[in-house]
Design a binder for this molecule. Sequence first.
Ligand code: ATP
Length: 300
Amino acid sequence: MICVEQLTKRYGEHVAVDGVSFRCEPGTVTGFLGPNGAGKSTTMRMICGLTPPTSGGATIQGVPYRQLANPGRHVGVLLDASAQHAGRSGRETLALCARVLDVDRARVGELLALVGLSGPAARRRVGGYSFGMRQRLGVAQALLGDPAVLILDEPTSGLDPEGVFQMRTLLRDFADRGGTVLLSSHQLREIEAVADRIVMIAKGRVVADGTKGELLTAPAGTLVAAVDPAALHAALTAAGLSHHPTDPAGTFLVDASADAVGRAAANAGVVLRELRPAEHEGLEEMFLSRLGSTPQEVSS
Ligand SMILES: Nc1ncnc2c1ncn2[C@@H]1O[C@H](COP(=O)(O)OP(=O)(O)OP(=O)(O)O)[C@@H](O)[C@H]1O
């Protein structure tokens, strides 16, 4: 469990994070979204005790990060994949980390395999790794202490499509086994695919916080279009089905099931060219609508 209470960070006059509160529960993946400069990394750094908050606080498993004994056994953190010693191999990096965390060295090989870095890649120096390989190593490092909580800042950036899929599976499995995941990303499709909850911030403030079901509202009803929109309108009216046009081409959103709409059209002899359940608002639409219609300036 991660609890964030009224976290605030000021840099001089600039408020980078402004009274941010949210919770991440065991068994869930929380997607942490926001435009560039919104304050995601600063929030995560404060949760992990790397940046002192101006006010407010955060706990992991009920305790501030800095008070956790051997924190890597409780929380796995990936904030900056490039912050690894360039002269060590991937295997050496994890082996050293295993000693520090006092975990079984056998886990090193297991985790290298899990993130797709076994074999020759494990023996190469990290300085020669691509950014995606460093991300993979960083995730392996975060998992090494078998923590109950993961805090990952953009772990899928730089990953190839297979890596993105593996990461999604890995995080889903981790949460399904009772783990708590806080994950920031700009890849909205990834967040939509893996997250149970969404916390979105803009200009340092929370602008959305809820389950995917709560935030990505599904308009009830059916979308229907006919070769003759006027005839369809008449058929829906005759059947007593409430409806309104959604585009100039004559597609209607009907407040009824597809069965009922199809029957009304068939009874009136109306030829349909489209009949489907209305789709929910996607994460991209939610993201843009929460930012407002005007283009955002990057916070400076
Ligand atoms: N050490 C610092 N000194 C001064 N300002 C800072 C510092 N760290 C961050 N900021 C400012 O705080 C704001 C939030 O930055 P942060 O890196 O947390 O945003 P972010 O949401 O992670 O952005 P991105 O998606 O681009 O990574 C920005 O305006 C940034 O310039």
